[in-house]
Design a protein around this ligand. Structure first.
Ligand SMILES: NC(=O)CC[C@H](N)C(=O)O
Length: 201
């Protein structure tokens, strides 16, 4: 079967790092900004960055509704940090004008890991990622306050939920794209492959 084509929403944030990680995980990776570009990918990554900025730019570029429609349709999507916030059905402390794509029945708290600890690294055991724990890079990271019945918690740190999956939507508070360890991206590429196989049956 041909290689899956995975987009990275390229409005703001660490787009290039995700493109590199996806290519290393055997996907064809390309930036996505416009609805016509979104229509051409089999799956999408929502990068880390600043979730209010990404939200406002998505509305401005006319891509917010098409994003919601594709996520509703079941397109695999993976959000890191700000991307996790974009996938939350509800933000506890949204900034004014901040919207989300939604897709995961969870409530998130932005910048939850606190000021004095704005950035840190910690070993995180992620369900579905075989072998050693993943090196979790947390940068002004959100945590997930609670999840609904459909969402599966994949990892916790310090008693807080930091990785979640619901159907074809995957989200982590931390940034595997910054570590050179591509196992989480490989998990996502596998989700995209499985989705394509189902779609073509
Ligand atoms: N590293 C990140 O993506 C930070 C997310 C940022 N704190 C936000 O609220 O969007």
């Amino acid at each position: 079967m041909s290689t899956p084509v995975i987009g990275v929403l390229a409005l703001q944030g660490d787009v290039r790092e995700h493109l590199v990680a996806l290519a290393a995980a055997d996907a064809v990776a390309r930036p996505v900004r416009r609805p016509d570009e979104l229509a051409e990918v089999d799956g999408l990554v929502l990068p880390g960055g600043e979730s209010t900025t990404i939200s406002k730019l998505a509305v401005l570029f006319g891509v917010m509704e098409p994003l919601r429609a594709r996520v509703r349709d079941g397109m695999p999507v993976y959000g890191t940090c700000a991307g996790l916030i974009m996938l939350a059905d509800k933000i506890l402390d949204p900034r004014s004008g901040q919207e989300t794509i939604g897709g995961i029945d969870m409530i998130v708290r932005r910048n939850a890991f606190g000021r004095q600890n704005e950035s840190f690294e910690a070993a995180v055991d992620v369900k579905g990622v075989p072998g050693e724990p993943v090196e979790g890079v947390f940068i002004r990271a959100p945590w997930v306050e609670s999840v609904g019945a459909q969402a599966e918690v994949l990892a916790e740190h310090d008693g807080h939920i930091v990785a979640v999956r619901q159907g074809n939507a995957l989200a982590t508070s931390f940034h595997p794209e910054l570590t050179g360890d591509h196992r989480v991206h490989s998990l996502f590429v596998d989700m995209v492959r499985a989705y394509r196989t189902r779609e073509s049956l």
